[in-house]
Design a protein around this ligand. Sequence first.
Ligand SMILES: Cc1cc2nc3c(=O)[nH]c(=O)nc-3n(C[C@H](O)[C@H](O)[C@H](O)COP(=O)(O)OP(=O)(O)OC[C@H]3O[C@@H](n4cnc5c(N)ncnc54)[C@H](O)[C@@H]3O)c2cc1C
Length: 213
Amino acid sequence: MVILTRHSIPPVRYAHTKAPASMVSTETCYDVGVIGAGIAGAALAAELSCTHRVILLEQEDQPGYHATGRSAAVFTSIYGNETVRALTRASRTQLLYPSPSFTDTPFVAPLGCMFIARPDQLTQLADFHSRPDIHAATQWLDAAQARHRCPLLRPGHIAAAVEEPDALSIDVHALQQAYLRQFRQQGGRSRPSRWCNFGCGRGPSSGGFGGDV
Ligand SMILES: Cc1cc2nc3c(=O)[nH]c(=O)nc-3n(C[C@H](O)[C@H](O)[C@H](O)COP(=O)(O)OP(=O)(O)OC[C@H]3O[C@@H](n4cnc5c(N)ncnc54)[C@H](O)[C@@H]3O)c2cc1C
């Protein structure tokens, strides 16, 4: 996802691209351009469109075509670096208790998750488990306990595991659609928001995925 601010959007035409004339909006004045309608771009465009005129540009016919559509959809607060983990923790409440005006579909469901270690990875797992936020969110399981949780594990393959009982599964489609819906709805009010399918050098574009450019 790339964000363009008012100053970096060419004022009349998107000068570096070869979009067909039919795909070029007659309304060329936006405060912000968001490139990419994956989950990041959709969420950002929805939030920004409360206060700004936003254009969301997507090269594919469908939003969520790339990483978003391939996600394993696990919400885990013990994955990634410290910053990512903090951001994940901060988003938990909103995912669990979204506003009814934002969605009528639950975004998350209980799942549970285990990180497993072979005998040669035991020290790394112990080091991982000792970090305060990870320690607080997990419990240590020995091999027998881990196999009890997940009988598919081959006997002797793992030495231990850390379990994150509060991990969740995410309905990625519902979440992304809620953001895109909010984005469109905000466009229907005082500040116009638009989205379009914009070739960006990847060949002729089709009609977009429901936009109104
Ligand atoms: C196999 C896999 C499993 C994963 N599992 C999980 C998981 O369990 N839990 C989790 O939290 N995360 C998971 N992730 C990570 C998560 O899916 C990504 O972090 C997230 O989807 C990234 O969203 P994004 O919007 O940044 O990127 P994307 O979804 O890739 O969106 C980027 C969009 O930008 C568009 N684009 C790019 N360049 C241009 C351009 N020049 N012009 C116009 N449009 C453009 C693309 O077409 C695309 O639609 C997983 C990722 C993968 C690949």
